[in-house]
Design a protein around this ligand. Structure first.
Ligand SMILES: [Zn+2]
Length: 380
């Protein structure tokens, strides 16, 4: 460990009340048919993958193996005014009417239980709390451990387990209430953050950088050509990758695209839509814990150069509970001051030591460059 930095992790039990019940009848008619055919195509008994244990697994790991320098704080509920900066009032009214209900919102399996709307308001408000802590200087960096996730939620539509776009609500709050002029959002979740892109599509003051598995992988957007429009043209950057891409590709994109973009944009705050589903244990990519650590290290250095170190993580996806919780802990360790390891080098020094240990068993020094002593005779 090098210098210890102050980091606040935000966690609030009210977000555990979002627990959609898959037995609740679907929407009537055509959508019911489509959802049932989608679910039957999965070929396994289906459960709602975005469940409360995602958060409790993280909390339990951080209790068992605390990270020095990281303290916990509770979150807060976002107000209607804060949510309305990125969602339409019609949409907010629709979601609000679902308070206390069980319902399906979208054919892509987004659903709510009676506690979901309150939980979603706390998720968005907790992302705001994490930004306020950093802007007020109470911590250099922070991590909002939230669910339901947010980056698929569009101004008028819930999608992909997301109700409110937490990171977008936090970015809008930083811009409109906390005096930030330019905010950069880095989305490394394995899925493209279509909602975040949509919300800031024409906004020149919010730069979105999104690295993800390429379409047709869900949600099917995020091509290179999607660069924003109007005054916002050029402030939307997508890096679509093939399945199984890993640390080397992610870090090359960070160093050669994200860093120069940030140096050009000069943000006052960097937000991260941090999904842990690019991990090898999860869906379709090969990012390692060292890869997450190295990406965090690059962002931390960038934030220190550009905006006084102000760096806020907001949890998105990640469905394998081990890689999700270990991934979050890996990020927190770097934020708190640990030097990130270099991906791809783990085990190399051990192999060098093992090589030296075993080499004498099958190679002698005199044999290194010469032919075997009796080779000439054998050839005759
Ligand atoms: Zn995801």
């Amino acid at each position: 460990m090098s210098n210890q930095n102050s980091v606040i992790a935000f966690y609030d039990e009210r977000m555990l009340a979002h627990e959609p019940d898959i037995e609740v009848p679907f929407l009537p008619g055509r959508m019911d048919k489509r959802i049932r055919s989608l679910l039957s195509g999965l070929g396994v008994p289906w459960h709602y993958p975005e469940h409360p244990a995602r958060l409790t697994a993280i909390r339990h790991l951080l209790e068992l193996e605390p990270v020095p320098g990281v303290t916990f704080e509770a979150g807060m509920a976002a107000t209607r005014e804060q949510l309305a900066r990125v969602h339409t009032l019609t949409y907010l009214d629709h979601i609000s009417q679902l308070r206390g209900e069980s319902a399906w919102l979208d054919e892509d399996t987004t659903a709510v239980s009676p506690g979901s709307v309150d939980a979603a308001e706390v998720a968005a408000g907790t992302a705001i709390a994490a930004v306020e802590a950093v802007i007020q200087g109470r911590a250099e960096s922070s991590f909002a451990l939230v669910r339901p996730p947010g980056h698929h939620a569009e101004p008028v539509r819930a999608r992909g387990f997301c109700l409110f776009n937490n990171v977008a609500v936090a970015a809008a709050h930083a811009r409109l209430a906390l005096g930030c002029e330019r905010v950069m959002i880095v989305d490394w979740d394995v899925h493209h953050g279509n909602g975040t892109q949509d919300i800031f599509w024409a906004d020149p003051d919010v730069l979105c950088f999104d690295i993800h598995r390429a379409a047709p992988f869900y949600p099917g957007t995020g091509t290179l050509e999607e660069i924003g429009v109007g005054l916002g043209e050029g402030t939307n950057i997508n890096v679509p990758l093939p399945a199984d891409a890993g640390d080397v590709a992610y870090l090359k994109a960070f160093r050669e695209i994200l860093v120069p973009a940030a140096e050009w944009f000069k943000p006052d705050l960097i937000l991260v839509s941090a999904g842990f589903d690019p991990h090898t244990h999860d869906l379709a990519m090969n990012v390692s814990y060292d890869g997450f650590a190295a990406m965090t290290g690059i962002l931390q250095e960038l934030a220190r150069q550009q905006c006084g170190g102000r760096l806020v993580f907001v949890l998105e996806g990640g469905y394998n509970l081990i890689s999700l919780s270990r991934g979050v802990r890996t990020v927190l360790k770097v934020l708190a001051g640990n030097t990130p390891p270099t991906p791809g080098l783990r085990g190399l020094s051990e192999v060098e030591a093992a090589t030296a240990f075993h080499r004498s068993a099958f190679v002698t020094e005199s044999e290194d460059l010469a032919a075997p002593p009796d080779a000439g005779q054998e050839r005759q």
